[in-house]
Design a protein around this ligand. Structure first.
Ligand code: AMP
Ligand code: ZN
Length: 115
């Protein structure tokens, strides 16, 4: 998608701090972190949000959780973490390319619904 920030990060047009990458997923540091550790798990396929996924996306959707597990176990020494996903403008989505927020490191903001 031409005007999509996350597609531009995936293609390398826009720079981002890449944390992890697999065949179908990229993980980058959020540019405006709301927790000491705030990563974005972003599928490489452009899909607006979870509502627009279909059966073909089953493997990728599972790989999102496996990426979260990888981050926690292999990069963050087994840290506890929270996943947040905004699906639609009215619930706080601002980039309309499917992604999951990975939050860790403690603090009050981890119990705050607004990410
Ligand atoms: P959401 O509001 O759920 O759509 O989340 C979008 C997230 O993308 C926000 O937390 C932004 O801070 C983050 N973001 C926007 N632009 C960039 C960028 N260029 N690099 C990294 N994170 C970004
Ligand atoms: Zn996109």
């Amino acid at each position: 998608m031409q005007d999509c920030i996350f597609c531009k990060i995936i293609s390398g047009t826009i720079a981002a701090k890449k944390i992890h990458e697999t065949e179908d997923i990229i993980v980058v540091a959020d540019i405006a972190p709301k927790a000491p550790i705030h990563y974005l798990i972003i599928p490489k396929k452009h899909i607006q949000d979870i509502r627009f996924c279909n059966q073909d996306d089953q493997k990728m959707l599972g790989n999102i959780l496996l990426a979260a597990q990888y981050l926690a176990l292999n990069m963050l020494n087994g840290s506890e973490f929270k996943l947040v996903s905004n699906n639609g403008k009215s619930v706080g989505q601002s980039v309309f390319h499917i992604h999951i927020h990975f939050l860790s490191g403690g603090g009050n903001y981890l119990t705050n619904a607004a990410i």
